[in-house]
Design a protein around this ligand. Sequence first.
Ligand code: KG4
Ligand code: ZN
Length: 352
Amino acid sequence: MRVLGLETTCDETAAAVVELKASGGGLILSNEIYSQTAEHAPFGGVVPELAARAHVEHLDVLMDRAVTGAGLRYGDLDAIAAAAGPGLIGGVMIGLTMGKTVALATGKPFIAVNHLEAHALTARMTDNVRFHYLLLLVSGGHTQLIAVKGVGDHLRLGTTIDDAVGEAFDKVGKLLGLPYPGGPHVERKALTGDPQRFALPRPMLGRPNADFSLSGLKTAVRLTVERAGPLTQTDVADLCASFQAAVVDVIADRTRAALKAFREKVGAPEALVVAGGVAANESIRRGLQRLAQAAGLKLVTPSPALCTDNGAMIAWTGIERLRLGLVDDFAFAPRPRWPLDPDAERALNGKA
Ligand code: KG4
Ligand code: ZN
């Protein structure tokens, strides 16, 4: 079984072909990506209109390269999968329309993929992780703790009530005059900094639910910067280290709370899985490793290239759905908002 996957929900244009291995995991036959980071950098964030234009410009070429690079023709594919949300509407429309068009032209099944589910299922492609497991998804747009129980079967145990973790890293980077996106730069500066120099808050620590709140921490960094006056390189490094240490503590505490909820609501998890761009952060990985070890759990972190947005995760989710007969028709509309667990979303919004 071989599926083409298209990803266009944010600022990465990506196409990949993945094959189902006899052992159950996925073999990535090709994985093409065009990162638009440089185009958005002058604006300090993703500009939706620029993103949509870049997707249009690059998607067809990347898709062709993914298919030929896999040593295939379009007719050899078993299905076409495209991310249908959540994400920026312009990009989602482009990938979804392209996916439907190729499916129509080849007569192959079409599969509309939830981008968040794709992050959630990546560990099954890379490490053959069995259901049920706890997923910590930490990226620039998302911060969620999810019990992944099966394909299309997810229970959200926690989410951020304000900023995403990556967003907080990026805002702190901006405050300290570091290039965009700030996350990797904050981590690099933190290497030489003193994590104890600034006493920053750990929001939500000890709360029984597994929700996150990052905006207070970001504000505390801003106030510290304002109070300190002109910053020396040492100040910047110490602030980065202190901020990162606070984030590590918050993530460990919130994940611990989610593990407890998981055991109560679902049972014993098979693994703790981390995904999203922030999962590239070594301190956060080490913090989660300590937590997993204490809980007697295996920690699974797909490689950074597969933790961040990519086409392979969409193709893999296509495989997972295709083998269950879960295909979609051409009426499937783009979903800029598409929660993995609609019940949790309704509860958070006070509608349930
Ligand atoms: O998953 P991703 O590539 O894109 C989405 O947001 O969907 O994640 C990007 C985010 C950015 O906020 C970036 O600053 C953050 O991940 N990030 C990091 C690190 N590398 C990337 N944050 C902290 N430490 C890092 N090493
Ligand atoms: Zn993503």
